[in-house]
Ligand binder design. Structure first.
Ligand SMILES: Cc1cc2nc3c(=O)[nH]c(=O)nc-3n(C[C@H](O)[C@H](O)[C@H](O)COP(=O)(O)OP(=O)(O)OC[C@H]3O[C@@H](n4cnc5c(N)ncnc54)[C@H](O)[C@@H]3O)c2cc1C
Length: 467
């Protein structure tokens, strides 16, 4: 260790424990200044009750507390990171800036700018691998190319993987963390123009403690994951996505849980974590997917769906109960179950014939766990435009999906209460019911279907089949 100072720049890794960049900064430097930048470019377009900001703020408060327990604290500034990071590095006489690598196009451009400005000041920029097990070019095909199909990627991942890769980074060393001056303490949400109330509305435990609570709870259910994960009315999944997104849980901790037992559930859950990395590496190698189809033949496809159909989909008023329940869950809570994400996405693209990018953008605005790589990967999968996507001719039937994955209509009843009195058969497709409860009128109490699935299916086949 040298008697030098370093800046630790937190981004999507909001924890002091098992944090690669923080650990490396503390190993190499005698004083470490921990910083979070409230990025104006990201904050400016957000509504003042944005759920994500409430989640991030709660995580930052816990991070600050955790750093304080090790003698330091979190320094918070507002502005443009490309300006603020070099400025702070100079102000605190740092020799180096550490951070954990982020693979999204905006982050890559921002980090390149920061690195160039730091270099001009003679300060080193040290990005570390932290949020994935394998990054960038670490897993390539035999021909040295990126994987574009999941199964061979998953096999290569599992072959290269060893449990040692989940070894947690040691905790911060006492005495090396800098204490922030009063003017750099984390401001309250209200002081940066956002509503405080949303934290209570999240209904998801926040911060590092919330992540640990969810991890422990899921640990008891892991062996049943494979059998229960597709049923939105059942508590079958982990609900850890927002924590993995913002790094209140490390990927090593998540994988360590999957390795704790040999069960179908654990194998299946590890596969989902590998999907996460698959999409991360895809975005890294093919950044154009952020704005266009992976498959060239679908670029420039003109989607004929109507504007009012898009509005009905967003509001959960399409007349297809499972789709509406899914969209209302998203609007209400900022979360949508994976099976429902697939159904809602397929419905928008293949039934309503609306450009997948509009659905992707809606999810991006609403999801608490929004992650560009996973969201884009999921949308391109459902739209058949992605690399390892659902074939265009395999189109979900929203009624049979509903009957299969919410057989008793429990989930629908929770989010579409106006259908609660319908029986277990009618609730999936009220317009097909021979009789409806007295007093219930389709079209008045709940919308009649805005499109006819069988007709739209033919149009989708023609649209995609032409390419
Ligand atoms: C259209 C669409 C959009 C999606 N958008 C996002 C998004 O913005 N952010 C996001 O984290 N996930 C996204 N997913 C993937 C998946 O739906 C969520 O990760 C999952 O529902 C989160 O719930 P969970 O944490 O309980 O998941 P679990 O089933 O417990 O899975 C554990 C973790 O594995 C990862 N994971 C699971 N499935 C996938 C997947 N298919 N692709 C990538 N990672 C996965 C997530 O990090 C998740 O937290 C999307 C899927 C689709 C089909």
């Amino acid at each position: 260790m040298t008697t030098s100072a370093a800046l630790m720049w937190f981004r999507r890794d909001l924890r002091a424990i098992d944090n690669t960049a923080l650990f490396q900064a503390l190993q190499a430097h005698s004083r470490v200044v921990c910083v979070f930048v409230l990025d104006h470019l990201i904050l400016a377009p957000l509504p003042d009750d944005d759920r994500r900001l409430a989640f991030i703020h709660a995580a930052l408060q816990e991070l600050d507390h955790s750093l304080q327990q090790h003698g330091g604290g979190l320094h918070a500034v507002q502005g443009n990171p490309a300006v603020e990071i070099p400025r702070l590095a100079q102000q605190f006489a740092c020799d180096a800036v550490y951070c954990n690598r982020d693979y999204e196009p905006y982050a890559r451009a921002r980090d390149a700018q920061v690195a160039a400005r730091l270099a001009a000041q003679g300060i080193a920029f040290q990005p570390c691998k932290d949020q994935v097990i394998f990054e960038c070019d670490e897993l390539l095909t035999g021909q040295g190319r990126p994987y574009t199909v999941f199964t061979p990627y998953m096999k290569a991942w599992r072959q290269r993987f060893s449990p040692a890769l989940t070894q947690p980074r040691p905790a911060p060393l006492a005495g090396a963390l800098a204490l922030p001056p009063a003017q750099l303490r984390l401001p309250a949400l209200a002081d940066i123009g956002f509503a405080n109330a949303t934290v209570a509305d999240l209904r998801l435990p926040t911060g590092r403690s919330g992540a640990q609570q969810l991890l422990q709870d899921f640990g008891d259910r892991l062996s049943h994951y494979k059998a229960t994960r597709d049923f939105p009315a059942i508590k079958g999944v982990s609900y850890l996505s927002a924590h993995l997104r913002f790094g209140t849980l490390s990927i090593r901790e998540a994988i360590a849980l999957a390795l704790q037992e040999e069960s179908e559930g654990a194998t299946c859950w590890l596969n989902e974590l590998i999907w996460r990395e698959f999409y991360q590496q895809l975005l890294w190698h093919f950044p154009h997917v952020a704005s266009d189809s992976f498959k060239e033949q679908y670029r420039g496809l003109v989607f004929p769906g109507k504007e009012e159909w898009y509005a009905a989909w967003c509001q959960g008023r399409t007349g297809y109960p499972i789709v509406d329940a899914a969209m209302r869950q998203l609007n209400h809570s900022g979360y949508m179950h994976n099976r429902l994400r697939m159904i809602a996405a397929s419905f928008l693209v293949k039934d309503l014939l609306i450009d997948w990018r509009r659905g992707e953008a809606y999810f991006a605005a609403k999801l608490l766990d929004f992650d560009l790589a996973a969201n884009n990967g999921g949308w391109q999968w459902a739209a058949s435009t992605g690399c390892d996507a659902q074939p265009y001719f395999r189109i979900f039937n929203p009624v049979s999906q509903s009957e299969k994955f919410d057989p008793e209509g429990k989930f629908i009843r929770r989010y579409v209460p106006e259908l609660a009195s319908l029986d277990d058969k009618a609730i999936h497709a009220p317009w097909l019911a021979k009789s409806l409860p007295a007093g219930f009128e389709l079209g008045r109490d709940y919308p009649a279907p805005i499109v006819e699935h069988a007709e739209q299916r033919e149009l989708a086949l023609a649209l995609f089949g032409r390419k």
